[in-house]
Design a protein around this ligand. Structure first.
Ligand code: FAD
Ligand code: UDP
Length: 370
């Protein structure tokens, strides 16, 4: 008899398993249908011995001291500031768009003030910023939007940026200075021994039993448990009663090259050409030294594992109907990117899981004599 069944061994499920096992002394069965823990953050050494991310590049960044210090119990960190270049008009240019991007692209020598005026002269007026197109054209104008955002977004999401909520492209800022970091968070690190090792330490507790290659469907009526935490897709949990929630998927092509480096930074984006959106070279992220290099090409697609909830008003409405069902469930908690249909980064999922743990502690009396 388990006190808790937790479905999904990604950040959401693993953080809750760790908290419940270590702080409440309760017995947890953690299952995942995949053959490994770590969810989409899973990393592994490939055949050549290069550490790669099975599901595309995962860079940890947060402004939360609490989240950083919680994860620091399970890993040491390597300082890493992420930099991305976009291949535009045959050049490799900094993205987020900054002073160097514009000066190099157009052969200008603007300063920050000059660039602010340059943007202002091109920015399109919008009564209301609603879509992912609005956000960009209202800041930098149509030409840069078309070169850096339109093609990438169409590839990545399968729809025009005008059909996507503003929150998607708003993830990428615009700068008038020369800061070429992808993120500006106060904490930017990679786990020194990788994500999988961090998850292994998190889950190394006698109260946690892990079952891999196990689908919730297979065992939901076979295992004895009192309470459930579900981190899979919420529509699947309710057998798609109101219809399928759209997710965007990716196919990853992992390649090892017989040379030490391929590209100058960890990620190069392809907004204008190629069927893939970006190429990641892991040694830049991990600091690993190796005579070969391993890279991943990302090809977006509709079917396959559900990686990205698609932020659009109609999808949020459909999610809200499922959420209503979820809230009415007794002794079931829905946590994580798929179960709450949110385009969350890792730190946000950890924050959500820690908040769920506090709620659980407020609502569920701890077991006696443990
Ligand atoms: P997941 O990691 O998806 O874990 C859910 C788990 O549940 C999966 O392992 C799945 O197999 C399992 N599961 C689902 N259904 C069932 C079932 N029925 N039975 C059993 N098991 C089931 N975030 C960042 O902060 N920085 C980044 O650089 C970054 N890059 C990303 C790049 C890509 C390509 C993607 C897709 C995401 C990226 N993210 C990044 C987001 C990050 O992956 C997520 O925030 C985080 O992994 C979500 O954790 P989770 O536990 O909610 O979900
Ligand atoms: N984006 C773009 N061009 C770029 C980088 C990003 O159009 O060079 C858009 C695209 O729609 C993408 C979104 O901005 O999905 C968010 O980018 P981010 O790098 O945060 O995507 P993620 O890493 O989550 O896939």
């Amino acid at each position: 008899m388990f006190d808790w069944l937790i479905v999904g061994a990604g950040f959401a499920g693993s953080v809750l398993a760790e908290r419940i096992a270590s702080q409440r002394g309760e017995r947890v069965l953690l299952i995942d249908k995949r053959a490994h823990i770590g969810g989409n953050a899973y990393d592994r050494h490939d055949e050549a011995g290069v550490l790669i991310h099975q599901y595309g590049p995962h860079i940890f960044h947060t402004n939360s001291e609490a989240i950083f210090s919680y994860l620091s119990k399970f890993t040491r960190w390597r300082p890493y500031e992420h930099r991305v270049l976009a291949k535009v008009d045959g050049m490799l240019l900094p993205i987020p768009i900054n002073l160097d991007t514009v000066n190099k692209l157009f052969g200008l020598s603007l300063d920050s003030e000059g660039l602010a005026a340059w943007f202002a002269a091109r920015a399109e007026k919008r009564e209301e910023i609603k879509s992912s197109e609005d956000v960009v054209v209202a800041t930098v104008g149509r030409e840069l939007y078309e070169k850096f955002f339109k093609g990438y977004t169409k590839k990545q999401w399968g729809v025009e940026p005008s059909q996507l909520d503003k929150s998607v492209t708003a993830r990428v800022p615009t700068r008038v200075n020369r800061d070429d970091r992808y993120f500006t968070d106060s904490h930017q690190y990679m786990p020194t021994d990788g994500y999988t090792r961090m998850f292994e330490r998190m889950l190394d507790h006698p109260n946690i039993k892990i079952m891999l290659q196990t689908d919730f469907e297979e065992i939901r009526n076979e295992v004895d448990y009192r309470r459930l935490i579900y981190t899979g897709p919420i529509d699947e949990f309710f057998e798609f009663r109101f219809g399928k929630l759209p997710y965007r998927s990716l196919q990853f092509k992992h390649v090892t090259l017989d040379r030490p480096w391929l590209q100058p930074v960890a990620v190069v984006n392809y907004p204008q050409t190629e069927a893939y959106t970006r190429v990641t070279e892991y040694k830049h992220l991990t600091g690993q030294r190796h005579e070969k290099t391993s890279v991943t090409f990302e090809y977006p697609c509709d079917s396959g594992d559900p990686y990205y909830p698609v932020p659009r008003a109609e999808n949020m409405e459909l999610y809200k109907r499922y959420e209503k069902l979820a809230l009415a469930q007794k002794d079931v908690w829905f946590v994580g990117r798929l179960a709450t249909y949110r385009y969350y980064n890792m730190d946000q999922v950890v924050g959500q899981a820690l908040a769920s743990f506090r709620r659980i502690c407020a609502e569920v009396a701890p077991p006696k004599n443990r």
